[in-house]
Design a protein around this ligand. Sequence first.
Ligand SMILES: NC(=O)c1ccc[n+]([C@@H]2O[C@H](COP(=O)([O-])OP(=O)(O)OC[C@H]3O[C@@H](n4cnc5c(N)ncnc54)[C@H](O)[C@@H]3O)[C@@H](O)[C@H]2O)c1
Length: 420
Amino acid sequence: MRADKVVVIGQGYVGLPLAIRAVEAGMTVVGIDLDPVRVKRLSVGDSYVEDIAAERLGRALGTRRFQPSTDYADAAGFDVCVISVPTPLRDGTPDLSYVQRAGEAIAPLIRPGCTVILESTTYPGTTEELLRPLLEAGSGLQTPGDFHLGYSPERIDPGNSTWRLENTPKVVAGTDADALANVQRFYDRIVETTVPVGSTRVAELTKLLENTFRQVNIALINEMALFAHGLGVDVWEAIDAAATKPFGYLPFRPGPGVGGHCLPIDPCYLSWQVKRTLGRQFRFVDLASDINHAMPEHVVQRLVLGLNHRGRSIRGSRLIQVGLAYKKNTGDLRDSPAVEVAQRLCRLGAQVRVVEPYADAQHIPAGVSLVDLTEPEVRAADGVLVVTDHDELDYHLIERASTYVFDTRRRCTGDNVELL
Ligand SMILES: NC(=O)c1ccc[n+]([C@@H]2O[C@H](COP(=O)([O-])OP(=O)(O)OC[C@H]3O[C@@H](n4cnc5c(N)ncnc54)[C@H](O)[C@@H]3O)[C@@H](O)[C@H]2O)c1
């Protein structure tokens, strides 16, 4: 079956790039999102996802094969449907209500022979145990048999221009061999390499393994940085030296904590399932979460001490914080440790002036002001705190004009610079 009409449910960081890529691969795509503001912006070529430039969105719209819509009726007659809606945590428990609602809405439009693929990150078993029964109930059809069901985790890395959707290998799975063949055929038109695995559960676990691996290793290096500082050893130099080992080591670097929709959340899906199903505690995940969650407070304490050392109190200090996004070169503030740092500094009575070229002004937390990175701004500040190291910023200006820099990312050098 050729996937000529594709529906992508959820037009966010994951769904929009996939929709655009499918249009570029010659398919007709309906991008469904319940947020009317997002759909309106897409319809006029105004992209809110940094990796999709307005010109690229404009070209997709120009083919007349990309239709953003809030109306599920526009999905009728689809060959392939991809679900890429949020999977947040509510009080430490997976919230699959978005997946549920998307499944219920698309089920009546399922026809024999079509394929439904879940891309949202979730715990092993979701596709088979949660999505499948509600698709079957809503369509009156069976899978395997009448329609195909699969899972393919997304590996999108916002802001990464080297590893993009199309050249990052994509893990694909189906609930039976036919479903896998259909899922793989679809993604073979979207990406250069597909990696088939034997079950949807394996594919679901693959994503959680990747993110748990990152979360745990970041926590390890964060704790290493804390202790190395206490011992008076330069952890950054040790990391560079260790990274020369050609086998058995992967470099991770310390930072202000983890954020976004993936690292702070996905491993908790796994630990929640382990607890619920096996009655066991996933100690690595819990420990890593604890360490990473404590990093914003640690960053603030180090800054307070740095100012104190220079005879200044945090209360009333004029500070420039570089970055609010959770990762560089994006404007994504979701669960960003940089936002927590800014809020903590405000609560301590600092005047926080933030340089954040990517974020919408309306999403900036109360109490902080947005400024441009200029020499007079930096000279007027008591200190500069580098939290998110966007590539486009002029770090030499900071090194030159600031009397004190506390840098959590090692972007600056000089006698006035203190590293995390
Ligand atoms: N952002 C990333 O870097 C990333 C990477 C890999 C995987 N993921 C996973 O992909 C999934 C989606 O993440 P995202 O970052 O794209 O989220 P997002 O919040 O950017 O986008 C999700 C979109 O879905 C829409 N939506 C919610 N419910 C809907 C429904 N019932 N019908 C139609 N639209 C609906 C929302 O309005 C929103 O625009 C999550 O499970 C996430 O964990 C995200």
